[in-house]
Design a protein around this ligand. Structure first.
Ligand code: ADP
Ligand code: TRP
Length: 324
């Protein structure tokens, strides 16, 4: 299995990102190919402050490594460190039909809201197709919202192959299990665009404050409560064994426990779960050159493959071999 996925550095990673994506990237490391990159070129369609982008990329790398991505089992790199990707994007663009991009949701949603879109947002799925196709990837772990883009990737590979002969491999989406959508502090789906996130790596004090702000209903302390409709309990489930879940659910139903106490229990469980990763991150922060080396070595490995595939593509469409 040749695995590849990218994650955009558009803000602090949160519990939704971890349980819905990052945890599953980590489970898929150690395959024949496990490539994961920080999609900084894609992020440029929304992040327009260079200092913020730089900080986000650093944070993304620190988070992924601290959470358990191991450089010996997975190749971690920055998207923009593999310039072959942008060249392949152009080559794919020449065979991309406009209508294919017009129906992609990021662009369509913006248009529906009457917001002018940049060409970058419009052609975003072509860059994503290049990301995938340039490594001959077979398996692309993505959230449900990205399946459409993997379909576009397959369409483009097919169109390229039917125009120029068998050159590109068709990938498959590996749909990440985010069916149990992680709720945010306002009980809606956790998302940075809703301002309701719980960041993975806040200090225990900040984390406690965020957890205490999770919205609950106004059932009085002494009354029985329904665990299943409570975001605190839903979040606790992510961190606990079934015995622990039953124990807390029983306490909800028995009454006499306030939401504050349930939140304290969640806080403890989260600190236990991420405690080691938090320490690893704190250590990695003090050795930025180590992190930079990991990204550079990752890019080198990824580029070796990208150069090979790009040569194949260039030759297929009649461009000369690149001078060395
Ligand atoms: P955000 O909604 O905060 O902008 P992204 O869209 O960048 O997050 O998320 C990247 C991936 O993280 C998604 O494709 C999805 O797999 C996962 N993810 C994000 N939020 C959640 C959530 N609340 N529950 C489950 N998975 C999520
Ligand atoms: N578009 C993806 C997202 O927003 C990130 C991404 C960019 C990606 N290139 C990719 C994911 C290639 C998988 C494969 O989540």
């Amino acid at each position: 299995m040749k695995v590849l996925s990218g994650i955009q550095p558009t803000g602090r990673f949160h519990w939704g990102n971890y349980f819905g994506a990052i945890r599953q990237y980590i489970a898929l490391q150690g395959q024949e190919q496990s490539f994961y990159f920080i999609a900084d070129l894609h992020a440029l369609t929304t992040v327009r402050d260079p200092a913020v982008l730089r900080q986000n990329v650093t944070d993304a790398a620190l988070d992924l490594l601290a959470l358990g991505l191991e450089p010996s089992k997975a190749t971690l790199f920055r998207q923009s460190d593999v310039p072959e990707v942008t060249e392949l994007t152009w080559l794919l663009m020449t065979i991309t039909q406009m209508h294919l991009l017009e129906k992609c949701h990021a662009f369509k949603d913006k248009k529906a809201k009457g917001i002018a879109a940049d060409a970058g947002l419009f052609t975003y799925p072509v860059l994503m197709a290049a990301d995938i196709l340039i490594y001959d990837s077979t398996t692309v772990p993505v959230g449900a919202d990205q399946i459409q883009h993997v379909e576009v990737t397959r369409d483009l590979a097919q169109r390229f192959n039917s125009t120029y002969g068998e050159t590109l491999h068709l990938p498959e989406a590996y749909v990440l299990d985010d069916s149990a959508k992680v709720p945010g502090t306002d009980r809606e789906k956790m998302s940075k665009s809703y301002g309701n996130i719980i960041p993975i790596f806040d200090t225990p004090k900040k984390l406690r404050k965020t957890i205490m702000s999770i919205q609950t209903d106004s059932t009085p302390m002494e009354s029985p409560k329904d665990p299943d409709s409570c975001a605190v309990y839903q979040l606790f489930k992510l961190f606990s064994t079934s015995d622990q879940q039953v124990a807390l659910a029983d306490r909800y139903r028995a009454g006499g426990m306030g939401y504050g106490e349930a939140k304290e229990t969640l806080h403890l469980a989260a600190m236990n779960h991420f405690g080691e990763a938090f320490e690893r991150r704190t250590r990695l922060e003090t050795t930025p050159s180590e992190v930079e080396d990991i990204l550079k070595q990752g890019a080198q490995r990824a580029r070796a493959k990208a150069v090979e595939v790009l040569e194949r593509v260039r030759s297929a469409c009649g461009l000369s071999a690149r001078p060395v």
